[in-house]
Ligand binder design. Structure first.
Ligand SMILES: Nc1ncnc2c1ncn2[C@@H]1O[C@H](COP(=O)(O)OP(=O)(O)OP(=O)(O)O)[C@@H](O)[C@H]1O
Length: 357
């Protein structure tokens, strides 16, 4: 670690924090001691948050509370404001109006206190590529004020739980993408943070890596940690305790996955036809309220299976596929906005390839 330690002042992880008073000083470990807010207070709280980037009004009045011990997901299409809200909570960005608090600390005025108590996994890699995996973890522990011995012990634990023992001595830059993500998570957990921020943290992970990653996140939550995550994967938002659907800088729905789905009511009939526009027009003429999405024509009905025979018998275009399913989060978004929860390229919101949380 001698050479690693020498590198810290130049390549310190906290250099990622813009305008930061140094976080690289001995810190109080998150032992929930004196002066902490009560157990009933939210872990994260936003009040009247607005963010403007010049003419772009990215957040338009966000009021939100995330409870301690909760796994909370922020789900929305590209450009909805997810990263902006995430970054304000994570002290990386200042709001234009309103306040954001983390564990009772203001994310602007008391950002060092916030940073001492949080772990974060960025979308972009943040590892020290030339250091070994073990040294990356050890170093992070030292940054957070752990003794060398405690940092080593904690690193060793995380190497086991995240399945990284075999690569512990390897330079971080020589890992696969999935292994790097797991090391990022291990680094974020090394000082046992009270809040874990995950920004699209599993982008690019393979199935096994994703599974290991979420298993460790679940373990963290079951031990009382709070997780605030953004994701493009509906499947990854689904196991969250609560989900906020965000669109055009506003939270348009908030609740448990089941509560959100209950808003759709009934079920969904999905038709893939040779001409979805014509199919939708016919359905409208016959008293239905279809929506066209990248998946096909969607029809929300109290009993979609009962509607299906009539539709199949009379629809004036060929139906290639028809299915009835329980509402998904994508259906919720469609019902609320009339638009599909698509990515910026107009493709349907992706589903994780297995290994969901
Ligand atoms: N630095 C910036 N300058 C100007 N506009 C910005 C900046 N950062 C974000 N925006 C705009 O603010 C809006 C919200 O962006 P944000 O990145 O928060 O959305 P997002 O939901 O995270 O999108 P994505 O899923 O694509 O990451 C978008 O219209 C975006 O173009």
């Amino acid at each position: 670690m001698a050479s690693s330690t020498r590198r810290t002042s130049a390549t310190c992880w906290c250099a990622r924090w813009p305008g930061s008073p140094s976080i690289c000083r001995p810190m109080r470990m998150p032992d929930m001691a004196e002066g902490e807010v009560s157990g009933n207070a939210p872990a994260l709280e936003a009040r009247g948050l607005h963010k403007r980037y010049g003419a772009v009004h990215a957040l338009r009045g966000i009021d939100l509370a995330v409870w301690r011990g909760e796994m909370f997901a922020l789900l929305g299409p590209n450009g909805a404001g997810k990263t902006t809200l995430f970054s304000i909570f994570a002290t990386l960005l200042k709001p234009s109006e309103g306040t954001a608090q983390v564990l009772g600390f203001d994310s602007v005025r008391e950002r060092v206190a916030v940073r001492q108590r949080m772990g974060i996994v960025f979308q972009e890699p943040a590892l020290e590529g030339k250091l070994s995996v073990r040294d990356n973890l050890h170093l992070m522990g030292l940054f957070y004020g752990l003794s060398s011995r405690a940092a080593k012990t904690r690193s060793a634990e995380l190497l086991v739980t995240l399945g990284l023992e075999d690569v512990a001595a390897r330079e971080a830059q020589k890992l696969s993408g999935g292994q790097k993500r797991r090391v990022e998570l291990a680094r974020a957990l090394v000082a046992t943070p009270e809040v874990l921020f995950l920004d699209e943290a599993t982008l690019g992970l393979d199935v096994d890596a994703r599974r290991l990653f979420w298993a460790e996140v679940r373990h963290y939550v079951s031990a009382g940690g709070t997780v605030f995550l953004t994701t493009h994967y509906m499947d990854e938002a689904e196991p969250a305790d609560r989900i906020a659907l965000i669109d055009h800088g506003q939270i348009i729905a908030l609740g448990s996955p089941q509560e959100l789905k209950n808003r759709v009511g009934g079920g969904v009939l999905l038709l893939a036809t040779d001409d979805d526009a014509q199919a939708a027009a016919w359905l409208r003429e016959h008293g239905h309220h279809p929506e066209i999405s990248a998946r096909g024509v969607l029809l929300v009905a109290s009993e979609p299976a009962a509607v299906l025979p009539e539709v199949l018998a009379h629809l004036p275009v060929r139906t290639r596929r028809a299915e009835v399913h329980e509402p998904s989060l994508e259906d919720v978004f469609l019902k609320l906005t009339g638009r599909a929860l698509e990515d910026g390229n107009g493709k349907p919101a992706p589903r994780a390839q297995g290994g969901q949380p």
